[in-house]
Design a protein around this ligand. Structure first.
Ligand code: GTB
Length: 216
């Protein structure tokens, strides 16, 4: 059965692939699973019909037969568990790959998200200029450790896995900030992820949604 995911009808990232449907699309492309996309406006996301499948009124969601999921991490894990290609065959390797998914979401991403929220919501506050460098320090603290762990390896633990997919998606949220460039091995790591054919297909698909909003 072809799964259906939800995504922004008009993504605020203007097609940069930073919204959380991107990781889900990428995972589906990695395993070769075709999918449909239901695009939602901001108001539709807050309707009871959508909240029935996403209690927080957000994207993405994933529907496949009688299974409905939300939370991009849970969706990527579901895809990785049901298809070959995103988790190692051996049980310990699978657990380590899942550990990296959690590390991406729970340890690396929080200061990155907090910085973008402060930038977005608090730029006019008196404390803004003082707060930003503190948040940058917290991001650097995590990136320094991640960089040391990755060293000269291509991926975090052997072959590319769902752990790398999620970690690359998280690091991409640093966008055009001059932060990732200070870690050449992490910049190369993200570039390796973005060079994967599955990433390119997923990126093109979400970009097409944005392009359609310009022409339509
Ligand atoms: N923990 C949830 C998950 O991983 O699925 C978080 C889902 C989430 O944050 N969804 C966001 C959403 O629906 C879109 S992705 N927001 C609407 C709302 O809450 O009302 C977050 C996002 C949005 C925009 C950018 N951007 O413009 O760069 C990047 C990321």
């Amino acid at each position: 059965m072809t799964p259906t995911i939800t995504a922004f009808a008009q993504s605020p990232d203007r097609g940069r692939g930073l919204a959380r449907d991107m990781a889900v699309r990428w995972a589906l492309e990695e395993v070769g699973q075709p999918y449909d996309v239901r695009l939602l406006s901001f108001s539709a996301m807050k309707e009871p019909t959508h909240r029935a499948i996403q209690p927080f009124g957000q994207i993405p969601t994933y529907q496949e037969g009688d299974l409905t999921l939300f939370e991009s991490g849970a969706i990527v894990l579901h895809i990785a568990e049901r298809h070959a290609g995103l988790l190692p065959d051996d049980a310990n390797g699978r657990s380590r790959a899942i550990t990296w998914m959690f590390a991406a979401f729970s340890t690396v991403e929080p200061p990155i998200v907090e910085r973008s929220m402060v930038q977005y919501l608090e730029h006019d506050k008196t404390w803004y200029e003082e707060r930003l460098p503190l948040l940058d320090d917290r991001i650097h603290y995590r990136l320094g450790d991640l960089s040391n762990h990755l060293g000269g390896a291509d991926w975090l633990d052997g072959a590319f896995s769902a752990g790398d997919l999620v970690m690359v998606a998280v690091l991409r949220r640093l966008g055009s900030l001059d932060i990732l460039q200070k870690y050449p091995n992490l910049s190369a790591y993200v570039a390796r992820g973005e060079a994967r054919p599955a990433f390119k297909r997923a990126f093109a698909a979400q970009l097409a949604v944005f392009t359609a909003t310009l022409t339509g």
